[in-house]
Design a protein around this ligand. Structure first.
Ligand SMILES: Nc1ncnc2c1ncn2[C@@H]1O[C@H](COP(=O)(O)O)[C@@H](OP(=O)(O)O)[C@H]1O
Ligand SMILES: [Mg+2]
Ligand SMILES: [Mg+2]
Ligand SMILES: [Mg+2]
Length: 352
């Protein structure tokens, strides 16, 4: 199975949904609601989820979908629902053929709510399951920092296809990343990248801009001959990974440069293209289970670019356990050649 059609649909769906998120941001349409877990969810998250699920349903009607958001709060907030519909209804790619492939415009506001609710699969070890994070790094999105539109296809527990749109990353793969917590986001020029991978065929990047079906370029992690020179990245939100432990691991590895802080799976994408080297996500809360939509696409893109992605024990991420990575704790991603060294440092710092 080559998964080329799945990759095409995933790329176009992510590209279209990214257009919506950019429109939401630039129109300052930043209505948010709080979920039970107290995380914010914006007009962009709901709208992007609707657009991507529509594309999956149109092309692969029998597949299951595990998506982050659900529409119950929207059904009780007519004003917010109408505002999302206003922004979603006219979103399209420049290329008519691509729009038709994705199913065209959504038919109505009510249909949009129903579609948002089609991402409630329990996940698991069997069959074809799409993992969708319509906006990963919602807090980064709200701050004007990094965020990502992420879609992965898991087949019998194994990620086969991944696509990630990063509207605020530089197009140029060779630009070394720097911390982006919001304030630096001033200009749009040269920004917006679409990353993708199919298992066994490598990872690629291309510009995300509307209408560009430009050729994808292969990307790969850069070699790290001197670990002390490695660039390590971590999340901006201190509640999502233990920044003190991350720093202690870096110090043990002899890394002297401070971490680069980015929200979202832009971290996986950045190391995959050689704009950084190591991604550390050491757990803050012992009982937190990472969500599959926060990692599926990024895990594949990094591994296809020559990296290894494991949890803090050195075990591969297991996407067959349902909606969460119930068998794993934390995430450590690095070039294959140095992954063992990084894991040893993690084990020392966390006393595992
Ligand atoms: N206690 C916690 N530990 C780890 N990840 C958490 C967390 N609470 C929330 N998250 C997840 O962290 C993601 C963002 O990661 P990062 O901090 O690397 O940008 C969030 O995705 P969303 O923004 O899609 O909700 C959310 O799912
Ligand atoms: Mg969220
Ligand atoms: Mg997320
Ligand atoms: Mg999200």
């Amino acid at each position: 199975m080559s998964y080329q059609q799945e990759r095409l649909i995933a790329e176009l769906a992510v590209q279209r949904a990214s257009l919506l998120t950019q429109k939401v941001f630039f129109e300052k349409a930043k209505g948010t609601v709080s979920k039970d877990d107290k995380s914010p969810v914006t007009i962009g998250d709901f709208g992007a989820q609707a657009l991507i699920i529509q594309a999956i349903r149109k092309n692969f009607p029998n597949d299951e979908i595990v998506a982050e958001e659900e529409a119950s709060s929207l059904r009780e907030d007519k004003a917010l629902s109408s505002e999302i519909w206003r922004l979603v209804k006219d979103i399209k790619l420049e290329d008519e053929e691509s729009n038709n492939l994705l199913g065209g415009q959504l038919p109505s506001e009510e249909a949009m709510l129903d579609i948002i609710d089609q991402g409630k699969s329990a996940g698991g070890a069997q069959g074809r399951i799409w993992a969708l994070d319509p906006i990963d790094g919602t807090k980064g999105f709200l701050r004007g920092g990094q965020y990502a539109v992420c879609l992965g296809l898991i087949v019998d527990g194994d990620v086969q296809v991944g696509a990630i749109g990063c509207p605020n990353l530089p197009v140029d793969d060779s630009v070394t990343i720097s911390s982006q917590t919001g304030a630096q986001q001033t200009s749009d020029a040269g920004k917006g990248v679409l990353f993708s991978a199919v298992k066994g065929t490598g990872a690629t990047s291309r510009p995300l801009s509307n209408g560009t079906l430009a050729a994808s370029k292969p990307i790969s992690m850069r070699p790290v001959p001197d670990l002390s020179q490695a660039v390590f990245c971590e999340g901006v939100e201190a509640g999502h990974s233990a920044q003190g432990d991350n720093a202690a691991v870096a110090e043990l590895l002899g890394i002297t440069k401070p971490s680069v802080r980015l929200d979202s799976q832009a971290k996986y994408c950045s190391i995959a293209r050689g704009a950084g080297d190591i991604y550390l996500r050491l757990p803050v809360k012992k009982d937190y289970q990472e969500k599959i939509w926060d990692h599926a696409a990024g895990d594949l893109i990094v591994r296809e670019a020559g990296g290894q992605v494991t949890d803090i024990y050195g075990n591969r991420l297991d996407f067959s356990k349902g909606r969460t990575l119930a068998a794993n704790k934390g995430v450590v991603a690095a070039p294959k050649a140095i992954q063992d060294q990084v894991i040893n440092a993690v084990k020392t710092v966390l006393k595992l």
